[in-house]
Design a protein around this ligand. Structure first.
Ligand SMILES: *[C@@H]1O[C@H](CO)[C@@H](O)[C@H](O)[C@H]1NC(C)=O
Ligand SMILES: *[C@@H]1O[C@H](CO)[C@@H](O)[C@H](O)[C@H]1NC(C)=O
Ligand SMILES: *[C@@H]1O[C@H](CO)[C@@H](O)[C@H](O)[C@H]1NC(C)=O
Length: 402
């Protein structure tokens, strides 16, 4: 009897220990569980596979595995996230055959809805998360990050609390010396010669108006209406140094006008001491402080040219365009682990609260195409002194017409 109890006690203790260890193992397993990300479709063919990208980019959360190989796991429904790329699904959209309720379908792109409109019903009710240059995406996937003097990330975002130009410090001697070398009025590096938003028409109008003031707009690149000058993208740094050393202004003309769509075309001049002249569909107050840029859409050609002339003739006026550099800095998202898109994605997939929350884009097409095509005309404001037919572009919400 006594012996029996002893055995029973032992069995009980063993069993309890076993369960405790099992629980701990399960907890550990859950904590360290690798998150599997599938890059779906051909777009990603040359993307790096595996865990290394998260380690190389110093991601604070790095237990992710990314792959283009669907057969890595027993079923496609085992992946924690599946990424669909915008340009590709614009041409061909095929959903995986099976889907589990807890996995996230993510719409990923760096493009704009004007270039890749997705109007068909078949895009609705499919995606759980978005990862695009639109600021209201679940995960921001844009072209620039703004930091303050303390190195904190402050933007871009809808409402920015920029210092007013009059609150900013004047620029120092070192920067004045850099700006002294400038020789020509405006540069534009362009490779896409027939963007639908007619930016080249505006550039040529501007060029003609500047010419009358004996100022140059040099158009670099292969387009026939260019200035016959090249600056090869193979040596981007060389071109950007040329910009910094020789040009007062740069045309940051986006190839499509859509909300929040600002690209490296804006980032480059800001980082290379040249004033951007912007043309795009973004509300630029979300991206650049007042007094740091000129906007052709709000100024019109004649006022724009007056401002260019004034800045070139009076160094004090020109220097004021750079006061922001005392307070803010611009960065590419991949420069820091907090904003690197791979790191951002891996972190989100480890956020239990975020992952458990059911989320879906029931009206995806409406979200994606917002403010791009209204009443059959592209989302473009009037430019006061440019005839409407220069900038108005017909559009159609019927996908067949693309
Ligand atoms: C610029 O590049 C284009 C295309 O590569 C070439 O045809 C042209 O001759 C080049 N122009 C100059 C001035 O080098
Ligand atoms: C741009 O955003 C600012 C700040 O939210 C807002 O005050 C302004 O009205 C917006 N401009 C346009 C043209 O929508
Ligand atoms: C993802 O979206 C699908 C389809 O809209 C939905 O059925 C599912 O519940 C969502 N899952 C999560 C985890 O949000």
């Amino acid at each position: 009897m006594f012996i029996k109890t002893k055995y029973l006690m032992c069995a009980l203790v063993c069993l309890t220990l076993y369960f405790i260890i099992l629980q701990l193992l399960l907890l550990f397993e859950r904590r360290s569980k690798t998150k599997y990300i599938l890059l779906y479709g051909n777009y990603w063919r040359n993307t790096d596979n595996g865990k290394t990208i998260f380690l190389e980019n110093d991601c604070p959360v790095n237990n992710c595995y990314i792959t283009v190989v669907e057969s890595l796991l027993p079923s496609i429904s085992y992946f924690d996230a599946i990424l669909f790329e915008g340009k590709e699904i614009f041409v061909k959209f095929q959903k995986p055959r099976t889907r589990s309720r807890h996995q996230k379908y993510i719409f990923y792109t760096l493009e704009s809805p004007v270039s890749y409109p997705l109007y068909s019903e078949r895009y609705n009710g499919v995606f759980n998360w978005t990862m695009t240059p639109k600021l209201n995406s679940d995960l921001y996937n844009g072209y620039m990050i703004i930091k303050n003097k303390e190195g904190e990330i402050i933007g871009p975002k809808d409402i920015m609390h920029w210092l007013k130009p009059e609150e900013m410090e004047p620029i120092d001697k070192r920067l004045i010396n850099v700006l002294k070398k400038k020789k020509y009025a405006v540069a534009w590096f362009v490779s896409n010669c027939d963007a639908r938003n007619k930016r080249s028409d505006i550039a040529l109008l501007l060029q003609g108006t500047l010419k009358k003031k004996n100022l140059d707009l040099h158009i670099y690149g292969p387009c026939i209406w260019g200035s016959g000058m090249n600056c090869s993208y193979d040596d981007e740094l060389h071109c950007l140094r040329l910009l910094r050393n020789k040009y007062y202004f740069y045309l940051s003309f986006e190839n499509s006008l859509s909300e929040d769509y600002v690209t490296e075309k804006l980032l480059h001049p800001l980082r290379f001491h040249t004033v951007p002249i912007v043309y795009g569909g973004a509300n630029y107050t979300r991206f650049v402080p007042d007094g740091a840029y000129l906007n052709v859409r709000t100024l019109g050609i004649n006022t724009l040219v007056k401002k260019i002339v004034a800045a070139i003739h009076d160094p004090n006026i020109y220097h004021d365009y750079f006061k922001w550099t005392n307070h803010y800095s611009y960065h590419h998202p991949v420069e820091s682990p907090e904003t690197d898109p791979y790191c951002v994605l891996c972190k989100a997939l480890n956020d239990d609260h975020l992952v458990k929350k059911t989320s879906m884009y029931e009206k995806f097409t409406k979200w994606w195409n917002a403010k791009t095509c209204e009443d059959g005309v592209r989302y473009i404001d009037k430019i006061s002194d440019i005839p409407d037919d220069y900038i108005q572009v017909r559009c159609n919400t019927d996908e067949q017409s693309y």
